[in-house]
Design a protein around this ligand. Structure first.
Ligand code: DGL
Length: 271
């Protein structure tokens, strides 16, 4: 490995995309853990939500998003959308020269490490559950694991829509976790990048003995490791910049997005 002091910094940005604003929870973790890196985030808000769409359609949209980021000469692409990663990650990795990281494997790995009873629940969109990507990743890591996958189609649109403390969201969350409670899982993967916004509510509904796996945190850790191993870090002394592209309305992205990012959103370009 090259000495950290003599390594030439790789000044290219890291590209991140999601079907909308949910992936900003992943970007948030990346900005906290890698404050010296530049980021370009693409929110495909014009096509939100991906969850109810066919896997072929999600794959088509994921290709368009990855191609847009590749056109910015990014050094790494993070698929910060479980539905897109579940439907398209291997195909994206085979088609693009840029290294591409998804949110599924980091979340699966953390769940396998966390579970004591080897009973893991997954809360995700219909597309993610239908793809079997988490189920396959979990069984690749531990073939003896019991996996209970629950699609929660109402949650992401409600969370994106605004008030995350509403009774409507609590009702939808209660309904989604009921089969997981009945199955007696000890670990639940938040398999959608919108869900970290309601993790206090989910924690209360599931009880204190259930570990919640936030794939945003796990993915940020993986991004940091890849940069270090490939020696493509930027200069650690600098403060990085971040900017946004959206396929939807720029003003709406700015308003809704700040809640997910928990940092100011300035530059938003419609693409
Ligand atoms: N952000 C997406 C995910 O992580 C969910 C929202 C959608 O349905 O597009 O799966």
């Amino acid at each position: 490995m090259t000495d950290e002091n003599t390594q030439t910094p790789d000044r290219r940005a890291i590209g991140v995309f999601d079907s909308g604003v949910g992936g900003l929870t992943v970007l948030h973790e990346c900005l906290v853990n890698l404050p010296h890196e530049d980021f370009i985030y693409l929110g495909d808000t014009g096509n939100f939500p991906y969850g109810p769409k066919s896997l072929a359609e999600v794959r088509r949209l994921a290709f368009a998003a990855a191609a847009r980021l590749a056109s910015e000469d990014v050094k790494l692409i993070v698929v910060a959308c479980n539905s897109a990663a579940a439907a398209a990650l291997p195909q994206l990795q085979s088609s693009f020269a840029t290294p591409i990281v998804g949110v599924v494997m980091p979340g699966a790995r953390a769940a396998v490490q966390a579970t004591r009873e080897r009973r893991v629940g997954l809360l995700a969109t219909e597309a993610t559950v239908r793809s079997n990507a988490y189920q396959n990743a979990l069984h690749t890591l531990d073939a003896g694991l019991e996996v209970f996958a629950i699609a929660a189609p109402r949650l992401a649109p409600l969370i994106q829509g605004g008030d995350v403390f509403s009774e409507e969201i609590e009702g939808a969350a209660r309904e989604a976790v009921a089969p997981l409670k009945a199955a007696g899982v000890d670990t639940v993967i938040l398999g959608c990048t919108h869900y970290p916004l309601i993790s206090p509510m989910l924690r209360r509904l599931l009880g204190p003995h259930v570990s919640l796996i936030n794939s945003a945190e796990e993915t940020a850790r993986e991004v940091a490791e890849i940069l270090a191993r490939k020696e493509i870090d930027n200069d650690r002394e600098r403060e990085g910049r971040y900017r946004f592209l959206t396929t939807g309305d720029a003003e709406e992205f700015r308003d809704v997005g700040a809640r997910f990012l928990q940092l100011p959103i300035r530059e938003v370009e419609q693409t």
